[in-house]
Write a new protein. Structure first.
Length: 756
C-alpha cells in the first residue's frame, strides 16, 4: 500500500510516495528538508529570546519554532539563555482532556497552524507587579525583568511539552504512538494512531474514543496479570514502568517523547534507526512519522505581545483573561475567581500545592478549598454594613475583585492560607476533618472509608471547615465531638438534596459568634434543613415499626404486583408536608446515594481489604470493587422478548401482572436493598450464580438462604412465579429498611431532632 501525504514546506507543496524513496535522507532532500537540525544550533538561535519584540518592525508580533518554544519554557535553560517563558499567576491548571491533546498533535502532524499564543513581559513595580510566576512544572518561581509570561496558549504549550515528555502534564499522562496502518473502521480520523495513558489508567484509554476507559473486564484482567508479575504494583509504579506492549489493544506502542527527543538531540536518521529495532511496527509508517514530526518541531508559532497598558491595569488584565477564557475550554466562574486571587496573591498556588500533595489529600479540589477559605474569612470577619448575602455567599469574580477593600477579611484569609511557609489554619482544619471522619475499627468505628471521603460535595467541605475553625483547630476533639461530626457528615451525604441551600443555612447559623458545634445547635440546623427543603424529612425510630410491618404484611407476602416508586415505604408518610417515606424512596433509587450508603455500611470491608487504595488523590483509578446485585440483574432484567420462557404461564396470561413486572422490575431490582460492594474479581467469578455472603456479614444481608431461593444455579433458568415476584419485592425492601436502621442506629440517631 502506498501512503501519500502533502507537505507545505518553505512555500512549496510536495507530493511524496514514501515507498518510492530508498532512504530517509533522499526523502528529506526531495522535500527540501535539512536532515540535521539538532539541539545545539537551536540553542544558539534561542539567545534571541530576551530581545523578542524589541527589534521587530511589526512591534507586537514574533515567531518561534515549536522546539524553540520548548527550550524557552524550560526554566533552567531559560535562565542560562537570558530569558524564560513562564506562566502568570492568573493562569488556571491544566484542563485539556485526552481527546483535545491527541487532536492538537494530529493537527500539527497534518501541517495545520499551531495557533497564536499571547505573551507579555514581566512587569516590575506598579499595581500589577508580576515578579512571581509559575514554571511549566507548576512550581512558583521568581521572574526576571527579561522574562515573559504566557497569557494565552497554556493548554497548547503543555500539550507540546507532553510530546517531549516534559511539563506538568507529563507528571500524570504519557503520549504514545502505535506505528501501524490506520484502522479503516476507526472513528477517530487520525493520520497516526496516537494513544494516551495516565497514572490512574496506566494501560491506556480507548484508541477510538480517548476520553473513555477501556472495557472494564479488559482493564481488570490486565491488572491481574501485572500484579502477578510485580508484587504490590501501585498505579504510580505501574505508570512509571509500563511499556508500549502493555497498552491494551496496542501492537507495539512507543512513547512519543522517545522519538521527538531523538530528533531534537541527535537527528531524524537516528530516530529512524531507533524505531527500526522494534518488532511489529511498519517501518514505512515510522519513516513518514519521523519526517512529519521533524517538520512539526520546526514549525513556527506566532507570538503576540499584549499591550503593556493592559498588563499595568489590574482590572483590564483580569477582564481580558476572562474574555479569552470564553473560547476553547471555557473558564468556569469558580476557576476565574481563583485566577483573580492567584493574580493578586501569587504565593497562594504554591501554598495550595503543599496542601494538595500532603497527607491531607484531596478531600476537595484546589479551587474549591481556596474559595472555601475566602467564604469562611468573610463569614468570620464581616465588614461594616455588609449584607448577609455578601457575607456568607460562595465567592464569585465580582465579590473577590472587591476584597482588597476589606483588610479584616484578607487578614483572616492569610491566617487560613499564609503567603509564607508557615502552616495555616486551612491545612490544620483539613487534617482535623480527615482525622475525625476517617474510619478506624477501634477508635472511630462509625467513620468514613477513604472511598467515601473522596465523595464529599464541596458545599459540605465548606461547612466542615467552618465548623472546625469555629471550634478551634488547636483544640483537642473529644470522642463525642468526633462522633457528632461523622454523624453530621453522613446525614448530609445521604439526605441533603439541595447542597447550596444547606450550606447557606449552615453559614447563616454559624456566623453568629455565640454559635458552637454542639448537640442543640446541630438539632436546630437539621430542623432548618428539613423545614426549608434543603434535606428530606427522614424517618425517626418510631417510624420504623410501621415500615417494617408494611414490608412484612401478608399483602406483601402474597402481592404479585411490584410497587411503583410512590407506593414504596409510604407507611411512614405523615402528611403532605412531612413525608419521611420520601427520604427512603430517594435513598433507595438514587445511584450516587446508594453508593455512598453502601460505602459507609461496608466501611470495615473496604478499609481492611483495600488499604492501598486512596481515591483522595488526583488519579483516575478504577474502583477495585463493583456494585453487585444480590439477585443478579440477568434474572429480573432479561430481554423482554424472552418473557414467554422466563415467566410462568399464569403471569404471561395476566396482562396487568405482566406489564407491571416489565416496567417495575428495574425500579425494585436496581435499588439499594439489592446491592452490595464486592471485590471486582469476585463479582466476575460469581456471574449470575448463587449469592455467597461475605465474612462477618460485611454486606449486611440477613437470612441469605431466603435470597437464594429465587436465585437458580448456573445450569438452571429462572422461571418467575407469582410467589417469586412477591419475595423479590419483600426481600429488597426489607433489606433497605435493615440498612436504614443501621444508618439510623449507628450513624445519625444522636444528632436528629425529635419530630415537630
Amino acid at each position: 500500500m502506498y501512503y501519500r501525504e502533502y507537505f507545505k514546506y518553505k512555500g512549496a507543496t510536495y507530493n511524496a510516495s514514501f515507498e518510492a524513496y530508498s532512504s530517509y535522507g533522499e526523502l528529506c532532500r526531495t522535500i527540501g528538508r535539512d536532515t540535521h537540525v539538532g539541539l545545539t544550533p537551536m540553542l544558539h538561535r534561542a539567545q534571541k529570546f530576551s530581545n523578542l519584540f524589541k527589534n521587530n518592525p511589526l512591534g507586537t508580533v514574533e515567531s518561534l519554532t515549536i522546539s524553540e518554544l520548548a527550550v524557552w519554557s524550560n526554566a533552567e535553560l531559560g535562565n542560562k539563555l537570558g530569558s524564560k517563558l513562564c506562566l502568570p499567576p492568573i493562569q488556571r491548571s491544566v484542563v485539556w482532556n485526552n481527546e483535545q491533546i491527541i487532536n492538537y498533535w494530529d493537527s500539527l502532524l497534518r501541517g495545520y497552524s499551531a495557533g497564536m499564543m499571547m505573551v507579555h513581559r514581566v512587569q516590575f513595580g506598579g499595581p500589577n507587579d508580576t515578579r512571581l510566576a509559575r514554571d511549566t512544572d507548576g512550581h512558583t518561581i521568581d521572574a526576571k525583568q527579561d522574562d515573559f509570561q504566557l497569557f494565552d496558549g497554556q493548554q497548547r504549550m503543555h500539550t507540546i511539552l507532553l510530546g517531549l515528555g516534559k511539563g506538568q502534564m507529563s507528571n500524570g499522562r504519557k503520549l504514545w504512538i502505535d506505528l501501524v496502518p490506520p484502522n479503516s473502521n476507526s472513528s477517530n480520523d487520525l493520520c497516526f494512531q496516537l494513544r494516551i495513558s495516565s497514572r490512574g489508567q496506566p494501560f491506556g484509554y480507548r484508541a477510538d474514543y480517548p476520553n473513555q476507559k477501556i472495557e472494564l473486564s479488559k482493564r481488570q484482567k490486565k491488572w491481574e496479570e501485572w500484579r502477578k508479575k510485580y508484587d504490590n504494583a501501585t498505579p504510580q509504579m505501574t505508570f512509571d514502568n509500563v511499556k508500549g506492549s502493555d497498552l491494551i489493544s496496542s501492537t507495539n506502542a512507543i512513547q512519543f517523547s522517545e522519538i521527538s527527543n531523538r530528533i531534537l538531540n541527535n537527528s531524524p536518521e537516528f530516530a529512524i534507526e531507533y524505531l527500526s529495532k522494534f518488532d511489529g511496527i511498519n517501518i514505512d509508517i515510522a519513516k513518514k512519522f519521523v519526517v512529519m514530526l521533524d517538520r512539526v518541531l520546526n514549525t513556527q508559532i506566532v507570538l503576540k505581545e499584549i499591550s503593556p497598558e493592559i498588563v499595568k491595569d489590574p482590572e483590564e488584565y483580569i477582564r481580558y483573561f476572562g474574555r479569552l477564557g470564553q473560547g476553547g475550554t471555557r473558564l468556569s466562574d469558580d476557576e476565574l475567581t481563583y485566577s483573580i486571587i492567584k493574580q493578586r496573591y501569587p504565593n497562594i498556588h504554591g501554598q495550595m500545592q503543599e496542601i494538595m500533595t500532603s497527607e491531607v489529600g484531596r478531600i476537595a479540589s484546589e479551587v474549591d478549598l481556596v474559595l472555601s477559605a475566602i467564604r469562611i474569612s468573610k463569614t468570620m470577619k464581616p465588614w461594616k454594613n455588609a449584607k448577609e448575602w455578601e457575607i456568607i455567599a460562595r465567592p464569585n469574580p465580582k465579590s473577590v475583585a472587591q476584597l482588597h477593600d476589606h483588610d479584616e477579611v484578607i487578614n483572616k484569609f492569610f491566617e487560613l492560607i499564609p503567603l509564607d511557609s508557615e502552616e495555616g489554619l486551612l491545612k490544620k482544619a483539613l487534617q482535623k476533618i480527615r482525622n475525625a471522619l476517617s474510619y478506624e475499627k477501634n477508635n472511630n468505628s462509625n467513620g468514613l472509608p477513604a472511598m467515601l471521603l473522596a465523595r464529599l460535595p464541596h458545599e459540605l467541605v465548606d461547612v466542615l471547615i467552618l465548623f472546625v475553625i469555629k471550634k478551634g483547630v488547636d483544640r483537642t476533639w473529644e470522642k463525642n465531638d468526633q462522633s457528632k461530626l461523622c454523624s453530621f457528615t453522613l446525614y448530609w451525604l445521604l439526605f441533603v438534596k439541595n447542597h447550596d441551600k444547606a450550606a447557606w443555612l449552615a453559614f447563616r447559623h454559624a456566623r453568629n459568634e455565640e454559635w458552637h458545634f454542639e448537640q442543640d445547635s446541630i438539632y436546630k440546623l437539621i430542623r432548618a434543613f428539613e423545614n426549608d427543603g434543603a434535606a428530606n424529612f427522614i424517618p425517626r425510630e418510631d417510624d420504623l415499626k410501621k415500615l417494617q410491618d408494611e414490608v412484612n404484611s401478608e399483602v406483601m407476602k402474597e402481592g404479585y404486583i411490584l410497587h411503583s416508586w410512590s407506593d414504596r415505604f409510604k407507611a411512614a408518610d405523615i402528611n403532605r408536608d412531612q413525608k419521611p417515606g420520601e427520604a427512603l424512596r430517594v435513598l433507595s433509587t438514587n445511584k450516587e446515594l446508594i453508593q455512598r450508603a453502601l460505602m459507609w455500611l461496608q466501611r470495615s470491608y473496604l478499609t481492611v481489604n483495600y488499604s492501598y487504595y486512596d481515591p483522595t488523590t488526583d488519579r483516575d483509578d478504577d474502583l477495585p470493587i463493583d456494585l453487585d446485585h444480590i439477585i443478579p440483574h440477568d434474572l429480573f432484567g432479561f430481554y423482554w422478548g424472552d418473557s414467554v420462557k422466563r415467566l410462568q404461564s399464569d403471569i404471561i396470561n395476566h396482562e396487568v401482572m405482566k406489564d407491571n413486572f416489565r416496567w417495575q422490575r428495574g425500579l425494585v431490582g436496581d435499588s439499594l436493598g439489592n446491592f452490595r460492594w464486592l471485590d471486582a474479581s469476585q463479582n466476575r467469578a460469581r456471574g449470575k450464580g448463587v449469592f455467597i455472603p461475605l465474612e462477618d456479614n460485611a454486606d449486611f444481608v440477613v437470612e441469605p438462604d431466603d435470597w437464594n431461593k429465587i436465585i437458580p444455579k448456573e445450569s438452571e433458568t429462572q422461571n418467575w412465579s407469582k410467589e417469586d415476584i412477591a419475595t423479590f419485592q419483600r426481600l429488597i425492601d426489607k433489606r433497605t429498611l435493615d440498612i436504614y436502621k443501621e444508618i439510623l442506629d449507628r450513624g445519625i440517631k444522636d444528632i436528629l431532632p425529635p419530630k415537630n
